[in-house]
Unconditional design. Sequence first.
Length: 468
Amino acid sequence: MKTLIKNGLVLLLNEEGWRAEKKDLLIEGNRIIRIADAIPSKTEKKAMDASPANGGEKDQRAAVAEKACEVIDAAGKLVMPGLINAHTHAYMTIHRNFADDLAFFDWLDHVDRVEQGMTEEDVYWTTMLAIIEMIRSGTTCFVDMSIKSAKAKSGPMAAVAGAVLDAGFRAVICRGLAGVADSEESLRKYGEAVHEMDLLQDESRLQFVHGPHAPYSCMADYLQKLTQSCRDRGIGQHIHLSESQAEMEGIAKDHGGMTPIQYADSLGVFDVPCIVAHAVYATEDDIRIMAEKGVSVAACPKSNMKLGNGFAPVEKMLAAGVNVCLGTDGCGSNNSLNMFQEMNAAALVYKGANRKAQCVGAGEVLRMATVGGAKAIGREGELGVIREGALADLILIDLHRPQFMPANNILSGLVYSATGNEVDTVMVDGRILMKDGKLTTIDEEKVFEACRGITARLKMEEKMELEA
Ligand SMILES: [Zn+2]
């Protein structure tokens, strides 16, 4: 199966930075195999062959396109890498617009009450809802942590994986684990997580990592056990660190004045590839440690603002060489999985927080949402970039919108003006998941109905009443 994307403006990245050029793209299977100024479609090739000017000679470029069976006309559109959401909890779409504007631990109580009632099937439908939103706003891969779902029979990862596979999407998933290494419950959850990884390890659109939830919810021996398991399995891990002032104070009190990042480092957590979500309170020393250990930080500016946690020192991390990527966090602490909104927030809040307009520019933010995410999941060069040989995870943006006019600067348009609704077509692993705004693999109404059923069963509607 080949797909030819013609006449588009293609967003490319090289050592000098981003550039947009008029190019055609040929995709075979799940990879981009050719990028050129003009790749003729089958119809165009026939016309060229018939032309006396060709003297009957075969055009090599045309020959490449001979078997192209689907042609997408991208005239007036930008072809760019799909965005990578480097930290979320997809099933938490159930919490969207529920229990807002509460203090962190009050909010957690509401989240817990709902999640204790969620079944494995609920996790499937709420994850599917997340995937719909991600496709519609240009995300093609997400790094997930499923934390709860007490009633799930075989653990929540299988349900998340099921939704990802059914939708034709791509994800890096883990089960959020908490506890002590030798408690019956933590051993059971660890065993389930490993079992699910084994069952699904051959799925090429899924990757697995371990997900120790946080240093305040995992005892030291559990963090060490999970790190050892990462070493044994050759995988990385994904953890929340230095998210709130309360966490900083708690870890310092319990662990000899260390920061959560110093504490995690002391236990060897960074000796395997690691994505740290948040790092809002990272100190200079923490940043040095993360740069030295090759840690990736998933900045989540909207979640950090919504929960009143503050602003991560992203500019300092970038300057120190830390790989910074971008995540939305779950819908309970963001209300949206829209990475265009997240890019917009990232490009604005760090300037405001630092009182410095040159801080974290549009090009850097776009790198965080693409190549930064790809590097964090060990897929640098394969994802987050349009190049020959890369996986065909890409999106088409309709540039014929007022927010892109006049067309002074595409990068600024994407980061400062776009809403995410301009996403027109989405391809993951060479397969079209949305074309001209229509989803091809998911029945949206069925998903909406299933999610309405869950909120009714969990009696969440009372919380939906508007305040006087
Ligand atoms: Zn999170």
